[in-house]
Unconditional design. Sequence first.
Length: 387
Amino acid sequence: MLRRTWITIAALCIVSSLASFSPAAEKNDGRTNLFNGKDLWGWTAINGAKFEARDGLLCLVEGMGWLRSDQLYDDFVFEWESRALKDQSDSGIFFRASLEGKPWPDKGYQLNLRYDQEGALVAGTKPIVKSKPPVRPTGEWAKWILTVEGNKGSLEMNGKKVWETDQLEPGRGLIGIQAENSPFEFRNIRIKEIGYENLLVGEGPTGSYFTTVVGAKDVWSLRPDGVLACKGGGGGWIGTKRDDYDNFDLKLEYNVPRDGNSGVFIRRPLQGDGAYTGMEIQVIDDDAKVFGKLQSWQLHGSIYHEVSPSVRATRQAGAWQTMEIVADKNLVKIFVNGIQTIDADLDKYTTSTTKTAPLKDRPRKGHIGLQNHGSGIEYRNVRIKKL
């Protein structure tokens, strides 16, 4: 809204088995593809690691860093296929990992793909589950399924159980692939998040969960590929039919156009301006000249007019991005492209920057909404988990 660690990969290539890519969850089982076979969308290479997408493969070329997801995950079923391209290779998979740390995350877990310790699980340098399987031939594909839920985890390789454990710490974090100058190839990377409800399903221009509250209905269109597109014009907003969303983890992907402006409402009542009667998480082209000089509380990822983002995490307008909003009682955390921008305790905001109610006194339950500010916007993969 605007008014006026331990495992490594050094050459990673992921083959997609899909002829075309849609990030929307597959209709049959809720899995989402995490690699589109064309580019690194949804991933970010950090700490000097070099990754490429070529010929349907996601290739780690060199370096000692890692490739991180652009969203955080807590409970999930994560599957992939991988193979080493040279003898005595070393690589691994991070999960529930922190962004901090060099060359690899300081916190979280690693599943080892080292040639002589495949399947071993560690937290930092602490072994959780040891594994010493027979060394497989270089270049042989293996299919892995990692299931993580609360303090429990399990691993399968090629359809056979490798281990089970109840020694995990519940929590959220990034998924990643570690690079340590060993070439690997990966393909068929998918995830199924446990406990989330897809809000972009059903018939009609806004699907089954949303309805047009203010503005024209014909500007919204839920396409077969799972994208909810708004062509702008006239303004307004759509909201969930339910108004009991209080404590939740809301995840979504969006494409804000150049000079674009939108917002995600949370805990919003139907009446009034949702930026002030509930909360609006700002979605905007920070680089747009048409808005003049934006105030810090107007920037992408802010709680509009009240809490400024601590860091810029938005990307260039016209590219798909990710956002996560965690609202748990008085605490609100916002992540943009996997980077935290807001960590707010609403109870500490006892005064308002406007003449409306301070955040402390605003509703702790209400509708989820998406704003049409007239410039057009696209959303996809909008899902929510009640806390």
